[in-house]
Design a protein around this ligand. Structure first.
Ligand code: FEO
Length: 169
């Protein structure tokens, strides 16, 4: 692969690593602040992002280039609510979708069809992720400040984590 595509893939590897770290920080906040279900869900999602990163690292190295780990900034550590967390996640995933689309365009412009084909998996994954987080956020908004409702959502998130772990490839 050419240098431009390699650099663009390395930038995306950095973003996937950052996503993993961001969700890890959010999971830790949830665990420390009485949201055990959301915490399990986010720890698992952090692992999923790590998988996205590793998949890309292996692809770059298998193509004879070199996947390099770049500096990542520290994620936000303190939050006020699940509403804040899931609002930020949706915004972040929309940013990642845009980034994957831009990366796909680089591959097409550089006529690197193998990379473009590889990126199809990420494009589909982003559709699923945006849909998932948008659904969760809608439910959180519906509950508002109702404590019993929030307790129920926390339980539901734990169930979603258990349900999705077998799907993680
Ligand atoms: Fe790697 Fe949540 O996208």
């Amino acid at each position: 692969m050419n240098q431009k595509t390699e650099n663009a893939l390395n930038e995306q590897i950095k973003k996937e690593e950052y996503s993993s770290r961001l969700y890890l920080a959010m999971a830790s906040w949830c665990e420390a602040n009485g949201f055990p279900g959301a915490s399990v869900f986010l720890y698992e999602h952090s692992e999923e992002e790590r998988m996205h990163m590793l998949k890309m690292i292996h692809f770059v190295n298998d193509r004879g280039a070199h996947a390099k780990l770049l500096d990542i900034e520290a994620p936000q550590l303190e939050y006020n609510s699940l509403l804040e967390i899931f609002t930020e996640i949706l915004v972040h995933e929309q940013y990642i979708t845009e980034s994957i689309n831009n990366l796909y365009q680089v591959a097409i412009d550089e006529k690197d069809y193998t990379t473009a084909n590889f990126l199809q998996w990420y494009i589909t994954e982003q559709v699923e992720e945006e849909s998932l987080f948008s659904t969760i956020l809608d439910r959180i908004k519906l509950v508002g400040n109702d404590k019993a409702g929030m307790f129920h959502i926390d339980k539901e998130l734990e169930g979603m984590a258990a349900g999705s772990s077998s799907e993680t490839a």
